[in-house]
Design a protein around this ligand. Sequence first.
Ligand code: FUB
Length: 443
Amino acid sequence: MKTRHSFIPFVLFSMWLCGGATLRAQDPIIQTKYTADPAPMVYNDTVFLYTGHDEDDAYSFKMFDWQLYTSTDMVNWTDHGTVATTKTFPWREEQNGAWAMQVVERNGKFYMYCTVQGNGIGVLVSDSPYGPFKDPIGQPLVWQKGIGDDIDPTVFIDDDGQAYMYWGNPNLYYVKLNEDMISYSGGIVKIGKLKTYQEGPWFYKRNGHYYLAFASTCCPEGIGYAMSGSPTGPWDVKGYIMRPTERTRGNHPGIIDYKGKTYVFGQNNDLLFLDIKEHRERRSVSVAEMHYNPDGTIQEVPYFKDVKVEQIEHFNPYRRVEAETMAWGHGLKTARLDDGGIYVTAVDDGDSLVVRGVDFGKRGAKRFRACIASEQGCAVEIHLDSAGGPLVGTLEVKATGGMQTYKEMECRVKGAKGVHDLVFLFKGSVGKDLMNWDYWCFN
Ligand code: FUB
């Protein structure tokens, strides 16, 4: 995934640099890893985006863990790393199989319903949306042995407190969860195959209508949806939220209302296609704004690449910002520190990290401070709007004594006023692995 010398990434990145970030769709929204099966949750005014994770060398599904990203502006995302793996389930032997999941909150606890592919659906619980998650029951919550349908759980708690879990490929099923959220009453109800339904259901209620969005018939998959007046159906398939397109293969919806707008998340191969043109199961999560008609039906959304998500609020640079917060960082990677924090790594000469819509205010920034570890030293150029835009400061990074020896360092800043996209451009004569980066802040 660390390809910088092919023509295609250069052209796409140049679109950002030359056309201006405001003209460009941010597709996909995460570039430091391949992500799949988006499961967004709004909690405490923040979007918690849980995802699956396709390994960098995957050909077919190679998925060991689930990741978490957060945002409050829908364009800059902070990486919180792995929140659970297949090994979090003590009854799971094989590592591969961390397929689609969803996290829901009830009474201050967070329940994560996970496809443990080949062993049905498991449930994890945590006191925090960031984890750690633990298995409270020591066995699958649902597993109809002998059939492969038990994947892709989605959970919704209705206004009367009754929680439902739907799932299935190609048949759709549901159970009524008990109030403890880790058991269910009554049997498994098989709904069967809805017209155009394939997998990846996403169940929710809005303005008295029940919705079931889903990945529509494979392949390529679009995003279809059905509506009902009852949480248990019957389901009336209404059509597409996003039509299938040959430009990608699979899809998988996750839908939220956030700060007055509705968003549909899905997945595609667009990050993979920046590097190679052949299909692999290396997918990436994207997002688009979605609109309802007055009767509750959903307007079709163009393909992710053809839409632009507006930033909801400007980004405040006058606080500690985790370096793994970015709108764009293709070529960079993230990893976990011993103390549990995340840092940006695989920083090579010419790489850049973009934070969108940063508000430096009328007075402007005077100084830039960053916590960095570097073996040999390098430089971080601070540009406005694009990598070719005004240079407002250069942080000369001296060798810190090793790639895990972090030190705070700072430089002067001049000319950073008002709202701009912020581009950190990395320079270093050693070429590769210039530095690891923990956090930064302007003053
Ligand atoms: O990511 C693995 C599987 O692929 C998911 O569980 C399905 O929904 C499909 O996206």
